[in-house]
Design a protein. Structure first.
Length: 79
C-alpha cells in the first residue's frame, strides 16, 4: 500500500476514497463538494521508480509531497 499519509488524512476527515495501484504507483480518487479529485504518483528511472506525486486539489495541477498534500486535506484546503 502506498500514499499512506494521504489515506490517513482522508480517513481522519471522513472522506470516502478509492485507492488503486498501477505500475508500482498509488492512485487515489475522491469526491468533495461535487468535485472529483485525484492524487497519483508518477514514475521516473525508465518507469521503474515512483519519484513524485501529482494532484488537482488546488484548482490547478501541482506537484507535492505526501506531507504537503495531507496537510491540505486536514486543513480543508480542497478547492
Amino acid at each position: 500500500m502506498r500514499l499512506t499519509k494521504i489515506q490517513k488524512a482522508l480517513k481522519e476527515m471522513n472522506i470516502e476514497y478509492r485507492y488503486e495501484e498501477n505500475n508500482r504507483c498509488g492512485e487515489i480518487r475522491f469526491e468533495k463538494n461535487n468535485k472529483i479529485f485525484m492524487i497519483e504518483e508518477y514514475v521516473g528511472n525508465n518507469g521503474k521508480t515512483p519519484i513524485g506525486i501529482y494532484t488537482n486539489i488546488n484548482k490547478i495541477g501541482q506537484y507535492g509531497s505526501q506531507d504537503y498534500i495531507a496537510n491540505l486535506i486536514k486543513n480543508g484546503n480542497i478547492e
